[in-house]
Design a protein around this ligand. Structure first.
Ligand code: COA
Length: 373
């Protein structure tokens, strides 16, 4: 019997050339580039190109990719009709998973998408993901969906589609960097789930939907929403220390801390913290960042646990004026690039992912016919 690894910790399931996480050193690289060099220096489309193609785009490549994104952003009427019929108050990630499934149903090529899956398809699904999330938000708020803006890049366009107003330069820039930071992260739970689905030669939409269902959980993508809930409950910096100590005394989990891979600080959290302070200054709302810093200090002193990407993304999104119900769907707006890159990588060198389980149930029981039970 093979050695059991609880939760598959430390097990390498397949090879990947996409991204690498060194949990001990706190390093994340996309296609060989450290995240610190990419964040703030490349835009979302540029980072997506890098992940999909394996090299940074030239100006012409980037222009083409942006043009393709613009072309494919609008949602087709049949999909919008389906979106309008879904219950407005439903959990946003359930809505997103259902809508992506419906998009697969409407895509003529989807049934053969494992064979037909191309980079073009990955780009199309990724560009539409933002329109779906923004559209769902508008419907939830009883507002009309907004058509994408012709001249905005992906990050600015998403913010525009939420509110119908051109975002400020700093808001667009910060959000763009957030998207770059969330693009890919090794074999995280939802990416792994997408790859498992793809490994059965299922279609690309099913594989994405599988990832979305996994991302929804509060131990994964759902954590950032709960971080903001906690920050709002704490509300004032002077309440933060006691609040966290009380949670720990009651053996509760503090959302936004700890990581299955990092034993040190998550490098994305360091970048988000810096962005958070930039936004705090620009928007004169330092309160959330002050609360976060106190929590970070208490968690390190009391538990020796560092924060993860979800911790500082919460105040950043809040200061961008984004409602917390959208935090996990926003994660998906970026991570869709990682999912599709991984799905294509899986198809290109497929081996069915099928681990074993260790059976610990009863054995050798004597069967009793139903009349005698
Ligand atoms: N708050 C308080 N204690 C925590 C903690 C947190 N956020 N994260 C881990 N711990 C503690 C555990 O209680 C456990 O303590 P114990 O050994 O006394 O039982 C120890 O640290 C190890 O935790 P474990 O759950 O085994 O680590 P893991 O690697 O399996 O889990 C997470 C990783 C992410 C699931 C976990 O840290 C967590 O639940 N974090 C909060 C959710 C979150 O922020 N998720 C987003 C991840 S990007």
């Amino acid at each position: 019997m093979a050695k059991r690894a609880e939760g598959l910790r430390g097990v390498a399931v397949a090879e990947t050339k996409l991204s690498s996480v060194d949990g001990e050193k706190g390093l994340l690289i996309y296609r060989g580039y450290p995240i610190e060099e990419l964040a703030g220096n490349v835009c979302f489309e540029e980072a997506a190109y890098l992940l999909w193609h394996g090299y940074l785009p030239t100006r012409v490549d980037l222009k083409d990719l942006k043009a393709h994104f613009r072309l494919t952003r609008p949602l087709e009427e049949p999909l919008k009709r389906i979106m309008r019929t879904l219950p407005k108050g439903a959990q946003p990630m359930s809505l997103l998973r259902t809508t992506v499934s419906a998009a697969g149903l409407l895509d003529q090529k989807a049934d053969r998408a494992n064979e037909n899956a191309t980079l073009e398809m990955a780009e199309r699904i990724s560009s539409k993901m933002a329109s779906i999330v923004a559209g769902q938000w508008r419907l939830r708020e009883d507002l009309e969906m907004i058509e994408p803006h012709d001249s905005f890049d992906h990050a600015a366009n998403f913010l525009y589609m939420l509110e119908g107003e051109e975002p400020s330069e700093i808001a667009a820039k910060v959000f763009d960097t957030c998207l770059v930071l969330h693009l890919d992260h090794g074999f995280n739970a939802s990416t792994f789930s997408s790859r498992v689905c793809a490994s059965t030669w299922s279609d690309i939409y099913s594989a994405v939907a599988s990832g979305l269902g996994t991302l929804r959980g509060r131990l994964h993508g759902g954590a950032n929403e709960m971080v903001m809930e906690m920050l709002q409950e704490i509300n004032r910096p002077e309440r933060a220390e006691d609040f966290i100590k009380d949670l720990l005394a009651r053996k509760r989990i503090v959302m936004g801390f700890g990581h299955a891979v990092y034993s040190t600080v998550d490098p994305r959290a360091t970048i988000l913290k810096k962005l958070g302070w930039e936004l705090a200054e620009a928007t004169s709302q330092s309160r959330w960042m002050e609360i976060c810093e106190i929590i970070e200090k208490v968690m390190m002193e009391e538990k020796g646990i560092a924060c993860n990407v979800d911790f500082y993304s919460a105040p950043v999104y809040h200061m961008l004026g984004i409602h917390r119900a959208l935090y996990t769907p926003i994660f998906a707006v970026s991570r869709i690039v990682g999912y599709t890159a991984h799905i294509l990588e899986q198809y290109s060198n497929n081996k069915l992912i099928r681990p074993r389980s260790e059976y610990v149930g009863d054995r050798d029981r004597v069967f009793v016919p139903i009349e005698q039970r």
